[in-house]
Design a protein around this ligand. Structure first.
Ligand code: CTP
Length: 414
């Protein structure tokens, strides 16, 4: 996860419910990341949770009181079960991580038998639940029914991951990484952004054009800028389809379409963008592919020992295909392209903007070592039909936020 602050979390009042799973220690990291990102975190722990981690740990990490005892009085002299109803009502979000099978049953049944359950009942804000439990408990029909009930009521359930449990058994029930839980919380906060309800398609990574079953022609695109754009669009409330050739941790809430070749990318883009509000082509598409792909691995032979020629053919230009489709259908409504340039950046980028029919072109100088491929920073120039603006060196996440903000403006005014 990015170390820079997540704007959506700043000054948010988050109530963190921790229940009695061995994964409770992971909630400490979650509390820490939320706090580092500027959220005010009030922790509530069940009795069982305190067998795994002490309240003091959360208190130290969050700098806030930790609520543990249903009947104890707080600093105002109110019984805790009353005091924290106020806490629940004032909360922007309640997250329960880890949530045990017992907690899921209490929440689904509407019981108010512990502080976490009372808080969830009293809260009127989004509820994010990260179940975690050992063995086959998560798959049990009773648990599944409870999960479904909660989902139907609007709770955001973070699916647990497959893996090995403390008991030695394996299965689905592990608490996901903090980054995934933060992603879900981010998603819950994103609903009123500038792209709320808009359909956004983003491409990321470089295409791989096969030579034979083991070799391909590729490029050095890491996909980082595309993923950052997907996260920024999700933060702005968009429904995001991310068409990707790389395997980075998927941003929570995005629909991922994996592709490898230009052909696969072309088909996926044409299908997904046919009714999209916005297409951002951040993928580095190979301009050439081998004329034929060998069925078997190409072996070293007497004939090719000195040299091997590989005839290449031109790939279609996806943005140009989109331009034609868009002239007929009006979709995607706004199109953004990228340009990787190693010389004459402005002149080349302007020609590309026109040739590809994009509304905004994000041009990179790939000769700079602190920008472009693989690194986390980028220095880009934004070009439209009648303007160009060079941005300072900044993180790819910041570039993504600016591009998404501009795109939202274009959709509204378009
Ligand atoms: N692009 C595309 N289809 C291709 C090649 C590129 O849609 N076959 C898109 C990229 O996703 C990017 C933009 O076009 O948004 C510009 O890509 P770039 O590699 O900079 O340009 P090229 O079209 O390859 O032009 P050149 O090789 O002349 O720089």
């Amino acid at each position: 996860m990015s170390v820079e602050a997540i704007a959506l979390l700043r000054n948010k009042r988050v109530v963190l419910g921790v229940t009695g799973s061995v994964a409770a220690y992971k909630a400490v990291d979650l509390a820490s990341k939320l706090t580092q990102n500027g959220a005010e975190v009030n922790t509530i722990m069940t009795e069982a949770a305190q067998k795994f981690v002490t309240p003091l740990t959360f208190q130290a990490i969050t700098g806030r009181p930790v609520y543990t005892d249903l009947w104890a009085a707080n600093t105002l002299g109110l019984a805790t079960h009353i005091a924290h109803v106020g806490l629940a009502e004032a909360a922007d979000l309640v997250v329960i991580a880890p949530a045990t099978a017992d907690t899921l049953a209490r929440l689904a049944g509407g019981f108010a038998s512990d502080l976490v359950a009372i808080t969830a009942l009293a809260a009127r804000c989004p509820l994010v639940i990260a179940p975690a439990m050992d063995g086959g408990m998560y798959e049990h029909p009773a648990t599944q029914e409870n999960v479904e009930k909660l989902r139907q009521r609007g709770a955001i359930i973070i699916e647990p991951e497959e893996g090995r449990f403390a008991s030695g058994l394996s299965g689905r029930g592990r608490l996901p990484e903090t980054g995934t839980i933060i992603g879900a919380i981010r998603w819950a906060f994103s609903k009123n952004g500038g792209l709320a309800g808009k359909r956004v398609v983003i491409t990321a990574g470089g295409t791989r054009e096969p030579i034979d079953p083991v070799r391909y022609i590729g490029n050095r695109s890491s996909g980082k800028q595309g993923y950052a754009l997907a996260q920024a669009a999700l933060d702005a409330g968009a429904e995001v389809t991310l068409i990707s050739s790389v395997h980075l941790p998927p941003p929570y809430g995005a629909k991922i379409i994996p592709i490898e070749t230009m052909r696969g990318l072309l088909d996926a883009v044409m299908a997904a963008s046919a009714d999209a509000d916005l297409l951002i082509m951040a993928a580095a598409v190979a301009d050439f592919r081998p004329q034929t792909t060998a069925d078997q691995k190409i072996k070293k032979t007497a004939a090719n020992v000195d040299s091997l020629s590989l005839p290449l053919t031109h790939n279609e230009d996806i943005l140009e295909a989109v331009k034609v489709a868009r002239q007929k259908s009006g979709f995607p409504r706004v199109v953004i392209g990228f340009a990787a340039e190693s010389e004459n950046l402005l002149a080349n980028a302007r020609a590309k903007l026109e040739r590809k029919g994009v509304d905004l072109l994000v041009a990179n100088d790939i000769s700079a070592s602190d920008a472009g491929f693989s690194v986390d920073t980028n220095r880009v120039t934004l070009l439209t039909k009648d303007s160009d603006e060079q941005l300072d060196l900044m993180s790819k996440a910041q570039v993504a936020e600016i591009v998404v903000e501009r795109a939202a403006g274009m959709i509204v005014s378009g």
